[in-house]
Design a protein around this ligand. Structure first.
Ligand code: 5GP
Length: 212
C-alpha cells in the first residue's frame, strides 16, 4: 500500500509559542518535516534565509503567485506569506508528514484544498499572558505589536474551523499534546488502509463505516 503523508497545520495568534513548539516537534518526531514559507516580511535578528523563511521582495512574491507556485498564500500583518506547493506535495507523496505553521486564513484555505489536512490551533492560557509574551519579543517595534495585537480576536474567532485545540500554558505539555495528535492521526484508519490490511491478512471486505 502506498502510504501518503499527513499534512498538519499549526496556527494560533502571534506570540503564542508556535515556533518553540515546532522546533521541539521537529527534533522529537520522526518522519516529519516543516515547510519553509516565503515571505515579504523583513528578516528579524537571528533569522536565516532558507531556514526560517525564504525572504523575498513583493515583486518576486507576486511573480510566484502568477506562476502558481503556492499551495496557499495570504496577507498577514501587512506582509505576504505563502506555502511553496512543490515541497509539500513531494513530501506527502513520499509518505513524509508535513507541518505548516501558517495563519488562520492559510489554515482555512488548506482545509478546502486538502480535505484530510489536520488543523491544530494553539492558544495562550489568557490574553494577559499572550500580551506579555508578545511584548517580550523586542525584535519588532510598537507599530508591529499593535498590528499583531489587533489581529488576535479575528484569529481566535476561527477556532471553530480547527480539528484540535492545544493550550500552551506550559511548553513541555503543549509539545506532548501536539505529538499525541500527530501519533494518533498516523494510526487513523482510512478506507485504503483497512482494505490493504484485510486483504493482506486474509479477511473479507465488509463495507463498514470509515470517516475518511
Ligand atoms: P511571523 O511574521 O511572526 O513569522 O508570522 C506571522 C504570521 O504569519 C503567523 O501567524 C504565521 O503562522 C503566519 N505565516 C507564516 N507563514 C505563512 C504562510 O506560508 N502562509 C500563511 N497563510 N501564513 C503564514
Amino acid at each position: 500500500m502506498k502510504n501518503l503523508g499527513n499534512l498538519f497545520v499549526l496556527s494560533g495568534p502571534s506570540g503564542v509559542g508556535k515556533d518553540a513548539i515546532l522546533e521541539r516537534l521537529l527534533r522529537g518526531v520522526p518522519n516529519l518535516v516543516k515547510s519553509i514559507s516565503v515571505t515579504t516580511r523583513p528578516r528579524r535578528t537571528g533569522e536565516e534565509d532558507g531556514k526560517d523563511y525564504f525572504f523575498v521582495d513583493e515583486e518576486t512574491f507576486k511573480k510566484m503567485i502568477e506562476r502558481n507556485e503556492f499551495l496557499e498564500w495570504a496577507i498577514v500583518h501587512s506582509y505576504f506569506y505563502g506555502t511553496p506547493k512543490n515541497f509539500v506535495e513531494k513530501n506527502l507523496k513520499e509518505g513524509i508528514d508535513v507541518l505548516l505553521k501558517i495563519d488562520v486564513q492559510g489554515g482555512l484555505s488548506i482545509k478546502k484544498i486538502i480535505k484530510n489536512a489536520i488543523l491544530i490551533f494553539i492558544i495562550p492560557p489568557s490574553l494577559e499572558e499572550l500580551k506579555k509574551r508578545l511584548l517580550k519579543r523586542d525584535s519588532e517595534g510598537k507599530e508591529d505589536f499593535n498590528i499583531r495585537w489587533k489581529n488576535v480576536p479575528l484569529e481566535i474567532s476561527k477556532i471553530f474551523y480547527y480539528d484540535y485545540l492545544v493550550v500552551n500554558s506550559d511548553i513541555d505539555s503543549a509539545v506532548e499534546e501536539v505529538k499525541a495528535i500527530i501519533f494518533a492521526e498516523r494510526c487513523r484508519l482510512t478506507k485504503e488502509k483497512a482494505e490493504y490490511w484485510i486483504n493482506k491478512l486474509g479477511g473479507k471486505i465488509d463495507e463498514g463505516t470509515i470517516n475518511r
